[in-house]
Design a protein around this ligand. Structure first.
Ligand code: TXA
Ligand code: MG
Length: 360
């Protein structure tokens, strides 16, 4: 099992030392756990790609402390981007900028590639901030999961995905607060372009800049954010999202589940949990914490992603539920949908990816 340590100052210093020496350290951020390396060390960055099984054309986010550190990496930071930094850094917002001409062409991506842009963010999690400060270099860090798995929202998820020879040290900061990856905004043009929705919403960007971010369709043939073209955040079982009002969706899910022969998962919300319990009774392994195994008699697992009245709880719970379904070995997953406003936009974006776009 990989080496992990609670987040004492000593452990954070050791992780920083590992990164300075070209090793890999996993660490908590306010969004999800990251797998970090010295952004300027090509061997270390190549190891990230290898450990994750990440396609080499999918670039990484560089983690820095503040806007000053960004200025060293960016050729230019437009006025509206400065406003975004003032409002949301440190926090769950990544900015894609044109690279400073001084930077090696590969930095920000795989060492064998080259690109003229780089993605940068300043995380707010105190452990991440201390790690960056001690390392004294930008830290390249994707989410600390194997490519195609849901992002890790607790240290345990990182342990699940990696061997001890793949990561040198994992800083265990418990569960993250956010649960979905940062908002990614391309600020290389006159107007912001939303590449990946997150906790910093399009409305929030508009409020701060007066500019309506252009949205990039996920199915566009030439994605602006390379990562968006891969089937991401995916559980092993095929997932179907069922649209409609909660009561109606729950009834349709119950129908579909009763026709399903094998073990099956239902991704529910606090509002519909009682309905499934009544409907399936003995067949149901009802356990919000997901502790119970499925058996022949109890072939249906209902997991509660969160409370519809508090979308942050849904954002926080989603990936842990998807991982739990994997562990339970369900053959199919049926998921309710949530309202697509505010944070709901990011939640539905990730759910649609987990479902490979399968929504009925
Ligand atoms: O919340 C987060 O952003 C987490 C934590 C660890 O900071 N990190 C994260 O990294 O989600 P990753 O590698 O899983 O996702 C980075 C996304 C990908 O979709 C990638 O394609 C995009 O950012 N990206 C990176 N560099 C880019 C660039 N130069 N231009 C456009 N998109 C870029
Ligand atoms: Mg990722």
């Amino acid at each position: 099992m990989l080496r992990r340590s609670v987040t004492t100052d000593e452990a954070i210093r050791e992780a920083a030392q590992i990164i300075r020496q070209g090793g890999l350290a996993a660490f908590p951020t306010e969004t999800v756990y990251g797998l970090g390396a010295d952004a300027f060390n090509p061997h270390a960055v190549a190891r990230i790609y290898q450990a994750k099984g990440r396609p080499s054309d999918n670039p990484l986010i560089l983690h820095v402390c503040d806007g000053e550190a960004l200025a060293e990496l960016a050729a230019a930071v437009p006025e509206y981007a400065r406003k975004l930094i003032g409002a949301f850094w440190p926090g769950p917002l990544t900015l894609v900028v044109n690279k400073h001409p001084r930077l090696p062409a590969w930095v920000g991506g795989h060492p064998e590639g080259s690109a003229c842009t780089v993605a940068v963010r300043a995380p707010s999690h105190p452990v991440a901030r201390a790690l960056i400060a001690y390392a004294e270099c930008p830290i390249a860090a994707p989410s600390a999961n194997k490519a195609g798995r849901p992002s890790p929202t607790s240290a345990w998820h990182v342990v699940e995905d990696f061997d001890e020879n793949e990561i040198d040290l994992l800083l265990d900061g418990g569960e993250v607060s956010g649960g979905l990856e940062s908002t990614v905004i391309d600020v290389t043009g006159q107007n912001p372009v939303l590449l990946r929705p997150g906790a910093v919403t399009a409305e929030m960007v508009y409020t701060v800049t007066g500019l309506q971010p252009e949205a990039v369709g996920n199915d566009s043939s030439a994605p602006r954010s390379p990562g968006m073209k891969y089937r991401h955040y995916a559980p092993r079982a095929p997932m179907t999202i069922v649209s409609g009002e909660p009561d109606e969706a729950a009834a349709r899910i119950a129908e579909a589940v009763s026709r399903q022969p094998g073990p099956v998962g239902i991704l529910a919300t606090a509002q519909t949990a009682a309905f499934y319990r009544t409907r399936f009774g003995e067949q149901l392994s009802f356990d919000p914490q997901g502790g119970t195994a499925l058996t022949e008699d109890r072939r249906i697992a209902v997991l509660i992603m969160g409370d519809r009245n508090d979308p942050q709880t849904v954002a926080h719970g989603l990936y842990a539920c998807l991982r739990r379904f994997d562990a339970l070995g369900v053959q199919a997953i049926y998921a309710e949908s949530v309202a697509e406003d505010g944070l709901g936009q990011a939640i539905m974006n990730r759910m649609m990816k987990a479902a490979g776009g399968n929504r009925i």
